[in-house]
Design a protein around this ligand. Structure first.
Ligand code: DGY
Length: 327
């Protein structure tokens, strides 16, 4: 019998073509909007496998209804939309797409850092609003990044690429905090491991590259921002709920930190009247870190290969819960 694969969004064709070449029956959801959870459950019930992404809530309710699924393949490196424990409990392997978007996401973190230091988004808006005025010798001043200290929270694949960019472009000193030390990256970047509080105290730019977990949820809150330098920039391109957005807003408006660059917000989407969007030193993007043709194509290939290899060889090349296949 042909395996039926439910494809939850319009993914890049590269990966879809690979699936089409196999002996699968594909159901493609072709609307631009994601399915509601009711629609997703309804459809998933008649399929063997699901290709999904962060817009789909694969929680214990979904998994209880769809425990028959043979594999879930996530088009993303992050998988906080999926209850991994529940999937593992039902024996469902979960694939993901690590590293495909590391360069693209590091570019966005690096770009946001410069944009905040030079108030770029705000100054762009002054032109649109007819307030360019005259060249102002003492106005619109940002600061330079040369020789500053970059703090990385989560020195993994993306964090290393951000750190390399900062070291090469501005000779920045690299400090970091991780659950476990990354000795290889320490050598590569001459990076120094610090405790979380020291990272907060010493970073001129603090860039978040960790996963969202119960331990990292809102770890950047009022008390964390209070420990940072008043001149510091906070960058988050990982997951919005790692910071508390009200606390972040207040930290900037009260001068506890200089500014922020966000590609992820808490919640998403950010509402258009959010105070951060009107601040001189805040630059916000709508979760586009992986938004390059190269990254998205490669993500679609990895997500497809996770399904293909599972049905060919009972292996998932990039798997979140390998213990499921070990049994
Ligand atoms: C990811 O991969 O987790 C990004 O947030 C979306 O590409």
């Amino acid at each position: 019998m042909k395996k039926k694969i439910l494809v939850s969004r319009l993914y890049p064709k590269e990966g879809i073509r690979l699936l089409e070449k196999e002996n699968f029956h594909l159901t493609l959801w072709e609307e631009k909007r994601p399915m509601t959870q009711v629609e997703l459950i309804e459809k998933a019930k008649s399929h063997h496998a699901l290709l999904c992404t962060l817009t789909e809530k694969i929680d214990s309710h979904f998994l209880t209804q769809c425990s028959h699924l043979e594999i879930i393949s996530q088009f993303a490196v992050g998988y906080d939309n999926i209850d991994i424990d529940a999937a593992t409990g039902f024996g469902i392997p979960v694939g993901f797409t690590p590293d495909a978007m590391s360069e693209a996401t590091a570019d966005i973190a690096f770009g946001l850092m410069i944009a905040v230091a030079r108030k770029m988004f705000f100054l762009h808006k002054t032109i649109i609003n007819g307030r360019w005025g005259y060249f102002n010798p003492t106005g619109n001043l940002g600061f330079e990044l040369k020789d500053k200290t970059l703090g990385i929270f989560g020195l993994g694949r993306i964090g290393v690429k951000m750190a390399k960019r900062c070291k090469n472009a501005y000779d920045m000193d690299i400090i970091y905090h991780n659950r476990t030390r990354n000795k290889e990256a320490e050598k590569l970047l001459d990076a120094t491991y610090l405790g979380f509080d020291d990272l907060l105290l010493k970073s001129d730019v603090l860039s978040v590259h960790c996963a969202l977990t119960p331990e990292t949820k809102e770890i950047f809150n009022r008390s964390a921002f209070k420990k940072m330098k008043p001149s510091a920039i906070f960058i988050n391109t990982a997951r919005g709920p790692i910071h508390n957005e009200k606390d972040l807003s207040s930290a900037i408006s009260s001068g506890e930190i200089w500014g922020t660059g966000l590609d992820v917000t808490n919640p998403e989407p950010m509402q258009p009247d959010n105070a951060l969007l009107f601040m001189e030193n805040a630059c916000v993007l709508p979760h586009v870190g992986s938004g390059t043709q190269e990254a998205r194509n490669q993500m679609s290939v990895l997500a497809a290969m996770n399904i293909i290899e599972f049905y060919r060889n009972k292996q998932v090349p990039h798997i979140v819960n390998p213990e499921v296949l070990a049994h």
